[in-house]
Design a protein around this ligand. Structure first.
Ligand code: UD1
Length: 361
């Protein structure tokens, strides 16, 4: 079986890692195409080296741009690559502009497309990721769902026949890296200056367009983080840095110490070391859950509602509206004692995804 994976942005490299390892272990041919949506070494190369992913076979170098320009550039560049390889499966991951471009290029060329992490829904039609997920699911031939909830969403949209429960491949990689970190197999994470790993601290990330692109909203979130009662480590995504500069919002003030984006093992270690997590990232909500740290999510909805059970994750779309004391109490609440179950699978999702690709060929 010949599988061609298309990836382009940081969370896709994380998902690719266990899938690439499993495809190789099973003796399948695997071609990796990197669109170049993320091009900074700290958002891209460190994930390939750190997670042992083979270097991409093809790099399209599309870079940044408006949604149309970026998606269009990926689509145009992918057409001849898919035509040249004609794989048995084009495998697309998650919900970025690279995902929807690859799905579209593949279906137009009558190539089978499988969507890994299918069926997630925020039901927020203003999110670019929501457009990408819905369009990709409806284009794809095989929908590899991470959760039962995702399976229900796909069934509700008439896509049950094309759907299969694979589990979440991010569990595979997160638990493997957690064990390596605990066994001392990785250097300590590079936390921002001013954050001591042996004193209590909070780990925060903000990168979603809905939180960064409106100056008033970004400013309110920066105020809320600055007011927290523990030091806040903020490894800043380039989008956050760019928008903060553009809008004249100072990020490093009060409790907040700004650092560079972390490699995957560094992020896992930083979560393990933290008293709690504040984020708008889907991946980090789950990583906090898997690593047993309370998470506060700066959004009004989540694609991962399973994390909300037992209070492991709490949605706070408007921290300012809570009042300073309640906001501080929410973020610094202790980890719940409630059991978490395994709603995202058992850490063998990549194996199941590859079996499903074999069976549905
Ligand atoms: C993209 C995905 C988002 C995912 C996120 C993970 C879409 C619509 N969004 O958002 O779902 O959660 O990746 O990080 O696909 N930039 C750099 N260097 C880079 C990449 C980006 O400086 O290597 C800056 C540029 O200013 C760019 C901005 O970040 O304009 C946004 O990058 P883009 O790829 O458009 O989207 P993300 O915000 O990273």
């Amino acid at each position: 079986m010949k599988v061609l994976s298309v990836v382009g942005a940081r969370p896709q490299f994380v998902k690719l890692a266990p899938v690439a390892a499993e495809l190789t272990a099973s003796g399948h041919e695997h071609v990796i195409v990197h669109t170049g949506q993320h091009y900074d070494a700290e958002l891209s190369d460190v994930f390939f080296t750190g997670l042992g992913i083979p270097a991409p076979d093809v790099h399209l170098g599309i870079g940044s741009g408006s949604h149309g320009a970026q998606t269009g550039a990926a689509l145009t560049a992918l057409d001849p690559v898919l035509e040249a390889h004609r794989p048995d499966w084009v495998l697309v991951y998650g919900d970025t502009n690279s995902t929807v471009a690859a799905a579209l290029s593949a279906v137009k060329q009558h190539l089978r497309v499988a969507h890994l992490e299918a069926g997630l829904r925020s039901f927020n039609r203003r999110m670019p990721e929501e457009h990408n997920r819905v369009l990709t699911d409806h284009a794809a031939d095989l929908l590899l769902a991470p959760t039962e909830e995702a399976m229900r969403h796909l069934a509700a949209e008439g896509l049950a026949a094309r759907s299969a429960l694979a589990g979440d491949v991010m569990v595979d990689v997160c638990l493997r890296v957690r064990d390596a970190v605990r066994a001392g197999g990785h250097a300590a994470p590079e936390l921002p200056d001013g954050i001591s790993p042996v004193e209590p601290y909070l780990l925060a990330t903000v990168h979603r367009a809905e939180n960064t692109d409106d100056p008033a909203r970004l400013s309110a979130l920066a105020d809320a983080l600055a007011d927290l009662p523990l030091p806040v480590a903020l490894p800043a995504h380039p989008r956050l840095v760019a928008r903060a500069e553009e809008h004249g919002v100072k990020l490093e003030r009060g409790a907040v110490r700004v650092g560079s984006p972390l490699p995957y093992a560094g992020l896992v270690a930083a979560v393990i070391g933290a008293a709690g997590v504040v984020t708008d990232s889907g991946g980090l909500q789950k990583e906090a859950f898997l690593l047993e740290r309370p998470c506060t999510t700066l959004r009004s909805e989540t694609e991962w509602p399973e994390t909300l059970a037992g209070g492991w994750n709490v949605l706070v779309p408007e921290p300012g509206g809570l009042g300073a004391a309640r906001w501080a109490d929410t973020v610094t609440r202790p980890a719940p004692t409630a059991g978490r179950g395994t709603p995202f699978g058992d850490g063998r999702a990549a194996r199941r995804a590859v079996e499903l690709l074999e069976q549905r060929l």
